[in-house]
Design a protein around this ligand. Sequence first.
Ligand code: MG
Length: 385
Amino acid sequence: MSSAFDNSPLDLEAHLAPYSARSALSRGRRYSEPGPSARTEFQRDRDRIVHSTAFRRLEYKTQVFVNHEGDLFRTRLTHTLEVAQIARSVARNLRVNEDLVEAISLAHDLGHTPFGHAGQDALNACMRDHGGFEHNLQSLAVVDELEEHYGGFNGLNLCFETREGILKHCSRENARQLGALGERFLNGQQPTIEAQIANLADEIAYNNHDIDDGLRSGLLQLEQLADVDLWRVHHASALAAHGPLEGRRLIHETIRRIINALIVDLIDTTRAALREHGPGSADEVRASGPLVGHSPEIAAQAVQLKRFLFQNLYRHYRVMRMANKARRVITGLFDAFSEDSRLLPPAYQSSHVTTQARLIAHYIAGMTDRYAHKEYRRLFVMDED
Ligand code: MG
């Protein structure tokens, strides 16, 4: 495929395996720009993401535990950094594009609403008659339209491959409206190997940090985890290595072993798949089935862990109470703004490119937890202004 970019004088990607994405072979940006002089196009994407407003907001957005519940729980920002760390480790081992993997990882949750999944579900319900709300599509809207940083265009004007990696899932209906970016959902193709890695790194990160946060919060008890194979094996191995270890040290020694086992399995299994399919280019990766994955045994154990977290943490009555409050805040805001758009800040009162409902969704999705809470009080509590 011909290049959308002039090759940079330094080939910073010369060491990469033939199946990696490369800046020089990128499908390009939506608006053409002069190439960077001392970094690759994907490094430039990564840098734009780090400097974006949406990235800083991740610090005050819920992962599972709402911000004010404690200072030590993961936020969307620390979750995002853990995803990037895991994804880069895998990418370096497979000699694929660490810069692209990092850019995708850092951007993957930019479109998340306040209050985690409860917030997304509530906003999706509010938008039922207006095209719905989906955080992957919202992440894309952030980088394509909503960031206001550059003189020549809206959004961050990222490369096709970064945008494609951000769009992890997409309905066929939405895919049809997305042009080239939606094609793979219609013709059964895969994204780059880098996007596949970032996707699996997301799962490894949250499965592990949610055990840690669940135990820290007291919502999960150590004894419950004895039914989880991954935990049982690595808990025993931590004790075998260190003898009488307890408390936080034992939890960390166990979790670091689980993360390591998952990463090593992912690398080994993916390497075997690459050997078997032998893709000679990023385009051949797209035409193969999924190449990045776990061995059947570890995949089954990861599913078991996920199921455990779903039943025991995400459905814990204290998490459900917080989710219920989140739903009331999001729905209250959406309804008030829909009934009277004059309550919105002027920038969100009207637009000639999108509907009023979508503007409200953009406004709410961009809020941090505490901003949403404050805005709710401003609208519904008499002595707030
Ligand atoms: Mg995530």
